[in-house]
Design a binder for this molecule. Structure first.
Ligand code: HAM
Length: 415
């Protein structure tokens, strides 16, 4: 029955995959906390205008990908396709604009009606951060550095691409030059690019169409249209990245799919993801708060795709962290129960294996546990358990030991 399948582009997250997601999200929040960022959770849906205004009417997201519906009270609502617009809305509706700077981190499901493929889902999951109230270019480098730190803390590596879109003046001059250039090739451009020519010519640079790509090769370069302030701003971002030893590629073709960016734009890319190679992206959006109806407050942030990070972590085993499996031989479940509750109270992850057959019990334990504790008649008499560390090699003297119950916490805590 079709209705018992998950909706196309959505998935259930469970087992290893759920553990991978947990690990990514926990690591990301831990890193963000080191930078002073605090969690914000905005609703799953907003009035459609929040996204139309912030992301831009000519973008793919607003034009083709939003899950928009009228509720029973005839309000037009949209499931959030991205996280920045709702956070800006929250900043304004909670009257937080006097309390700057503000540093927010968030995680949640987002929804885009895209064609599903590897690394691209209709329900996606992003971790993101937004910093409001700092217009210093060094803050851009700090935000980029936070993204890089999260990726590193996950044991992954990606390539950082950065670009500048300049301020409004620089960008308008550049757009005019692009319209003039692309107009000469109008009949050869793809239909999408023809549509974008006057509304959003920067997006043509990002087209995947082969002919568009060829034409774009000789298009005017953004850096030639930067005014002095914008060029200086970009140089300071690059210098600050150098100061913290973050490698980057200056990529003048990098234009992001959302309209709110000014100055810095960046993406973390991986070559292990096929065509959906952006693991995360972000940039500065100085005009956005004002454009949404608030005061003129600068902002910078990023969103990283947890689904894509999870693909990069797929080759790693995800055991439950330092878990303990308790195997019981004979009628000693109550004794095991007591040990399990005491160890949990001391901070350990413990699961009792409810199987009488020791072979089967062991098989189950091996699936998730680092430590296996065996408790039977002899052990109960000696107020001890047999402790096996599955992470140690066979010949290691501590591979299997008899440990007094009173010493278990200490023994396990010391690894
Ligand atoms: P974005 O580039 O549209 O930026 O999305 C950020 C990341 O979300 C992407 O790099 C990608 O990893 C992931 N992502 C996007 N769409 C999908 C999808 N359909 N399936 C799986 N993963 C996906 C933003 O959304 C901005 N709000 C980021 C930002 C925050 N800029 C400033 N602050």
């Amino acid at each position: 029955m079709k209705n018992l399948q998950p909706v196309r582009g959505t998935r259930d997250l469970l087992g290893d995959q759920a553990r991978r997601f947990d690990f990514i999200v926990k690591t990301a929040f831990d890193v963000a906390q080191k930078f002073g960022f605090e969690r914000i959770d905005t609703p799953v849906f907003e009035y459609t205008n929040v996204f139309k205004r912030a992301v831009g009417e000519t973008t793919d997201i607003v034009g083709k990908e939003m899950y928009t519906f009228n509720d029973r009270g005839d309000e037009e609502l949209t499931l959030k396709p991205e996280g920045t617009a709702p956070v800006v809305r929250a900043l304004i509706s909670n009257a937080l604009t006097q309390k700057l700077p503000l540093k927010f981190s968030y995680y949640g499901a987002m929804f885009r009606y895209e064609r599903p493929q590897k690394g691209r889902y209709r329900q996606l999951h992003q971790f993101g951060v937004e910093l409001f109230g700092i217009d210093n270019p060094v803050a851009d480098a700090e935000i980029i550095g936070m993204g890089a730190s999260i990726i590193k803390a996950l044991g992954l590596s990606t390539k950082l691409h950065i670009n500048t879109l300049g301020d409004v003046e620089s960008r308008n001059n550049y757009k005019a030059a692009l319209v003039e250039y692309f107009s000469k090739f109008i009949s050869d451009l793809s239909d999408d690019s023809k549509n974008r020519l006057h509304k959003n010519p920067l997006r043509i640079l990002d087209s995947k169409d082969e002919m568009d790509k060829k034409i774009s090769e000789n298009a005017p370069k953004g850096e030639d249209f930067l005014n002095k302030q914008s060029a200086e701003f970009y140089n300071k971002v690059c210098a600050a990245l150098n100061a913290i030893n973050i490698d980057f590629v200056a990529d003048n073709k990098l234009v992001r799919g959302l309209d709110y960016y000014t100055h810095t734009a960046f993406e973390f890319k991986s070559n292990e993801l096929g065509s959906q190679d952006a693991v995360g992206g972000g940039g500065r959006y100085d005009g956005l708060v004002e454009h949404m109806g608030g005061p003129a407050i600068p902002g910078v942030g990023f969103g990283i795709g947890v689904d894509r990070l999870a693909i990069l972590l797929e080759n790693q085993a995800f055991k439950k962290p330092n878990s303990i499996a308790l195997i019981v031989i004979g009628d000693y479940l109550n004794e095991a129960l007591k040990i399990a509750f005491d160890l949990r109270a001391q901070g350990h992850n413990v699961e009792i294996i409810y199987k009488n057959n020791i072979g089967k019990a062991f098989k189950e334990a091996e699936k998730f546990a680092r430590y296996v504790m065996i408790i039977g008649e002899d052990e109960v008499k000696m107020q001890s358990v047999k402790l096996k560390d599955l992470f140690l090699p066979l010949e290691h003297p501590n591979k299997e030991r008899l440990v007094a119950i009173s010493k278990l916490h200490e023994m396990i805590s010391n690894g």
